[in-house]
Design a protein around this ligand. Structure first.
Ligand SMILES: *Cc1c(COP(=O)(O)O)cnc(C)c1O
Length: 514
């Protein structure tokens, strides 16, 4: 087979990129997203056979089938590093079955206890290897600064993934006072010689807008190139290199279900995913295209139900939609960037249609897909939302019935799966350990309202102390070490900066000058 190449969703890339180039570029030239020209397939037997290998080898097998421009040994080494003892279980993404037909895919056994680790333990290793090879081949001559604006989870997972990678530095901005005690300590205590964390005066939107302007500031980018031989890059979920590791766990989990005798080989399952940027559920869709016997994909939303409305009507509309802050913040989203790839695929890869819809989304805040695309969407996807009260009630119910604690994101998915499921077994993607969101888990278990203050006795505890209390009271411990030990780690980063681009650029230059 000829080497797989990467085309883009808007048809602007004239010379398709290699895998390594796509990973290093992130976004394609002209604003589109990279997509593999050929999506490989597996037979059910081949999928089932994956269960005989450790997770790292399953991942390597799938990457090799995508025919990347990495040597096989490089892929093996990347996967061995990405999915080894940095996870707290050799299964990497174990499945807990709550009953015969309800299976929870636990994607939070990595170093930061959130599902972002599944991709961000792998992508940075691919990124550093690709950049180093491209430099050696004379195709690039720069190093990289990864700049991330985060509302919490992504920043920590990116820091942990990129720390101590050669040829890369990473700077993360978060809104000052806008993250939980646990999230703050996770970032402020970050280890590594190539990392920096800034609190930004303002909210998450200010951070993100500031970062976007910096990425687009040509003068600054030239200065970085000339003075520091550094190019900016982002670690966000539009990078194809973040999608691939997510495809792996859907293929792998089907193999596991068959291996464990929970599903007959070839029998269909449905998958339910708590969705924000549409990256996780898109990976499940690709896993289906590759031959995994997945029937329906259930897209779960919280009160920010723009995706649910889209899947139910074919119209994406944010003209009159308020951004709601919920207990599942990683699903609080109005514009889902990976939906672009999904639409590209459902239109039979029609870049003209995508270009027009994306223009409408940007300028008119609304677009409607054609009848054929809508029919294809409905064939693969169903969607519903669960609000904050339902989310809390689900956490409590599942705990009382099964002795199992869901985090708020996973609880939204669990509830939606209950509503949408038919005869098939359902695999519910669980995207965070409950202890990342201990305050809301406490509220849920004690019948407090979303946003209601905790009782004084609890409110005065640190996040770690509160988690320890919850673990003790529920028997759902131990809390993962990375979260449990945060109070004893030294705080390394306390710098607060303004959110305007000049301040961010100055902070970045200072960081690079060290
Ligand atoms: C990022 C995230 C999500 C949303 O995933 P998408 O790929 O953006 O759809 C859901 N839950 C948690 C805990 C997350 O961190």
């Amino acid at each position: 087979m000829a080497q797989n190449r990467y085309i883009d969703t808007r048809g602007n890339v004239t010379e398709p990129a290699s895998f390594r180039q796509a990973v290093v570029d992130g976004l394609a030239e002209g604003g589109g997203l990279y997509v593999a020209e050929t999506i490989p397939t597996f037979t059910v037997d081949e999928i089932v056979a994956l269960a005989d290998m450790p997770y790292a080898q399953r991942a390597a097998t799938i990457y090799k089938r995508f025919d990347t421009d990495f040597a096989d040994e490089t892929i093996d080494a990347i996967m061995a590093g990405a999915y080894g003892d940095n996870f707290d279980t050799p299964d990497i993404a174990p499945i807990t079955s709550l009953d015969e037909n309800t299976h929870i895919l636990e994607l939070w056994h990595g170093p930061t206890s959130a599902f972002k680790d599944m991709a961000l333990q792998c992508l940075p290793r691919c990124f550093a290897a690709a950049a180093s090879e491209l430099r050696a081949e004379g195709k690039i001559d720069n190093e990289f600064l990864i700049l991330v604006a985060t509302s919490g989870d992504t920043g920590k997972a990116a820091l942990e993934g990129f720390r101590d990678r050669d040829g890369v530095k990473i700077g993360v901005m978060y809104p000052e006072g806008g993250v939980s005690d646990i999230q703050f300590k996770q970032m402020a205590t970050q280890a590594g010689d190539n990392v920096r964390v800034w609190a930004v005066r303002g909210n998450f939107d200010d951070c993100q807008t500031g970062a976007k302007i910096v990425f687009g500031d040509e003068e600054f980018n030239e200065r970085l190139a000339n003075e520091r031989k550094v190019a900016l890059s982002s670690a966000n979920s539009i990078n194809w290199g973040r999608l691939m590791p997510q495809i792996v766990y859907y293929v792998s989990s089907y193999a596991q279900l068959v291996h464990d005798g929970k599903v007959a080989a070839g029998a269909p399952i449905d998958v339910c995913v708590p969705t924000g940027n549409f990256g996780n559920i898109l990976a499940a869709w690709y896993a289906k295209q590759m031959g995994t016997p997945i029937d329906m994909l259930f897209c779960a939303s919280n009160e920010n139900r723009v995706l649910t409305d889209f899947i139910n009507t074919g119209t994406y509309d944010i003209t009159d939609r308020e951004f709601v802050l919920t207990p599942s913040p990683s699903m609080d989203i109005l514009v889902s960037s990976n939906l672009e790839r999904q639409l590209f695929e459902l239109t039979g890869r029609n870049p003209e249609a995508i270009k027009e819809w994306m223009r409408q989304q940007k300028e008119e805040k609304r677009f409607q897909v054609d009848a054929d695309t809508f029919a294809k969407l409905r064939a693969d996807f169903a969607s519903d939302s669960a609000d904050s009260r339902e989310c809390f009630a689900t956490i409590k119910e599942v705990y009382e019935k099964h002795g199992y604690l869901l985090d708020p994101h996973s609880a939204v998915a669990f509830k939606v799966a209950e509503r949408l499921r038919g005869q098939n077994p359902v695999l519910v993607a669980s995207t965070a350990h409950w202890a990342k969101f201990g305050e809301n888990v406490y509220r849920a278990l004690h019948d407090l309202e979303p946003g209601e203050p905790l009782p004084d006795e609890m409110a005065k505890l640190t996040g770690c102390e509160l988690n320890a209390r919850i673990a003790e009271a529920t028997g759902c411990g131990p809390v993962p070490a990375g979260l449990a030990e945060l109070d004893s780690r030294p705080i390394r980063f306390t710098q607060v900066i303004d959110g305007d681009p000049e301040a961010i650029e100055e902070a970045a230059m200072e960081f690079l000058a060290e």
